[in-house]
Design a protein around this ligand. Structure first.
Ligand code: ATP
Ligand code: MG
Length: 554
């Protein structure tokens, strides 16, 4: 929301830590953060939260933020992912200080491991992965020391060099930190810090056949870059003692960074893990990573979300120290809020029904005025054609009206927005009993803008002129996941409904990426990929109604 609410809000706990460090001169007043994605998928809205937090925190204190690919795992990294990550960060409106690859630090990491070995703080273990797991103990029982733990530094250095030289097969040896097999924190029970993997790496090729583990690599990456505050999610809280242990014992860096954890973002009605999102892409459940139903940044962008809406959302949900799930309605609220004063209205009718105005001259077309945005009078009015034959929305007519239905039904009169009152006189049917068209009469006295005060009607509907209507393809999106009767999240079989609708003539000129409010329907964007000279495809960004009320005075 506004800058003012931001100022009034007390500092979040991360900013409190940083301000204390600034006051005490811990890092010479510097604030340096990083966003460290693993390039193994597209970024999602959870990553957006982390991006916003890292970049805006640094900005707030005149600091910098690096974009660092965490590519210490030699699995298939894909340049498609790298490109998408950069596009997404830029699209959100952030500029990184440096763009770096963790794999560029493999030499320093190797040196750091050797340093631990020299200090008697690491050893090469030949237990199998199963044995290592077994020896680790449980939350209730301490672990058991490996026979290799008593290795001399010389022996360990020799074995580690031979690991590097490729003398052993995958899984045959690992390098472990020598910490405490009885620690109540299982992460501290001699964690594995290097493993063997005879796999080429996208950056270092076949130079290495040993790769550092995340818990060893990450603090070193941060320290090499001079990061001051390493912000991550809560799962890493129990790993923080190891983060600190590595930096303290390697000892290369006099002012080691500080790891700070916050609660990851979870949202209702979607999934938030690259692995699960990739599965949806791979099995064809969605059209791709940028399918407008996906919670990926690419998906939200194609759906029509604005960077501003996402940033405001990330800012307003704040930073928490315990996990919770945010209602997706809150995200929707912020995109409505961002668009409501920015985009123009257009008339589009769904499930069109033809209306013939029998007492309107056959050869006449008049231009009627409608407002572009009711909230913003300065956005002015536009003229749209009106004639004897128009289309109205399927939902605006009921042959047998339900209670409190004020729109069109036989014998009822409604206002056609911008034009006249019309009254339904006759329902013409197809042979199969469906409605073919409605015959109505209009009252020339009731033209909008003429100040007619003769009588009032309860319903107002919108229209498009039949002769000039433009068919457009409209995709109305619903949630990707819904709750079933057992309260579990399951894939929504109806997550998209595609329709051909009729639009006022100007939409024939809609450009890819242009946004509109379809009057009475919702906010829409002309799909970037599918909109062209021949066809206009519109994605529903969000409908008009909101069940979410922002908290006041936060
Ligand atoms: P996923 O489980 O979706 O693959 P990840 O944590 O493995 O996510 P990374 O590429 O390793 O993905 O994450 C990059 C950064 O984004 C990390 O600092 C991570 O903590 C942060 N991040 C990932 N998911 C979320 C989330 N839901 N909320 C906040 N931050 C997140
Ligand atoms: Mg990961």
């Amino acid at each position: 929301m506004s800058e003012k609410t931001n100022e009034n809000r007390s500092l979040n706990f991360i900013h409190q830590i940083i301000e204390k460090d600034i006051e005490e001169g811990t890092y010479g007043g510097e604030v340096y953060t990083r966003f460290p994605p693993e390039p193994n998928g597209y970024l999602h809205i959870g990553h957006a939260k982390s991006i916003c937090l890292n970049f805006t925190t640094a900005q707030k204190y005149g600091g910098r933020t690096n974009l660092r690919y965490d590519d210490t795992n030699p699995v298939k990294e894909d340049m498609e992912y790298v490109d998408s990550i950069e596009e997404d960060v830029k699209w959100l409106g952030f500029t990184w200080d440096k763009r770096l690859w963790a794999s560029d630090y493999f030499d320093t990491m190797y040196e750091a491991a050797m340093e631990l070995i020299r200090k008697g703080l690491a050893y090469v273990d030949d237990l199998s992965p199963d044995q290592i797991r077994e020896y680790r103990g449980t939350l209730k029982e301490p672990g058991k020391e490996s026979p290799c733990r008593s290795q001399s530094a010389e022996e360990a250095a020799d074995l580690f060099e031979r690991m590097r030289a490729g003398e052993f097969a995958d899984g045959e040896r690992v390098l472990r930190a020598k910490i405490d097999m009885a620690s109540p924190n299982i992460n501290m029970r001699d964690p594995v810090i290097y493993r063997i993997a005879h796999t080429s790496h996208h950056n270092t090729g076949d130079k290495w056949c040993i790769y550092p583990m995340y818990d060893f690599a990450h603090p070193i990456e941060d320290a090499i870059e001079g990061i001051t505050h390493s912000i991550c999610t809560l799962e890493f809280e129990d790993h923080r003692p190891l983060y600190d242990w590595v930096l303290k014992n390697v000892g290369f860096w006099p002012h080691p960074p500080k790891q700070i954890e916050f609660a990851r973002l979870n949202l209702t009605n979607t999934v938030m893990s690259k692995r699960l999102l990739k599965a949806l892409v791979d099995d064809g459940t969605v059209e791709g990573w940028d399918d407008p139903r996906m919670p990926t940044i690419a998906g939200l962008r194609r759906r029509g979300y604005t960077p501003q809406a996402i940033r405001t959302f990330c800012d307003e949900i704040g930073v928490a120290k315990s996990n919770s799930t945010i209602d997706i309605a809150m995200l929707e609220h912020f995109v409505r809020d961002d668009l409501k004063d920015k985009v123009e209205n257009r008339n589009v009718v769904e499930d069109p029904i033809k209306v013939v105005i029998t007492n309107y001259p056959e050869d006449r077309t008049e231009m009627v005025e409608v407002e572009n945005n009711r909230n913003v009078p300065e956005m002015g009015n536009r003229e749209i054609p009106f004639s004897r034959e128009i289309y109205i929305d399927g939902a605006d007519f009921m042959e047998v009206p339900v209670k409190k239905y004020f729109r069109l039904f036989p014998g009822n009169e409604v206002r056609v927005k911008g034009a006249y009152f019309i009254k339904c006189e006759d329902v013409i049917k197809n042979p199969d009993g469906t409605v073919k068209e409605l015959h109505c009469t209009y009252d020339p006295q009731t033209r909008s803008g003429n100040g007619f005060e003769g009588r009032k009607v309860k319903g107002t509907i919108h229209f498009v002129d039949a002769a000039t209507a433009v068919p457009v393809r409209v995709r109305n999106y619903n949630y990707l996941y819904i709750e079933n009767e057992q309260g579990e999240q399951v894939l929504n079989p109806d997550s998209v409904e595609e329709k051909i609708c009729y639009a006022e003539p100007s939409l024939a000129e809609a450009k890819p990426g242009e946004r509109f409010q379809f009057f009475r329907h919702g906010y829409y964007i002309a799909d970037e990929k599918l909109t062209n000279d021949r066809e206009k495809v519109f994605n529903r960004i969000v409908d008009l109604k909101s069940s979410f009320k922002p908290k006041k005075n936060r």
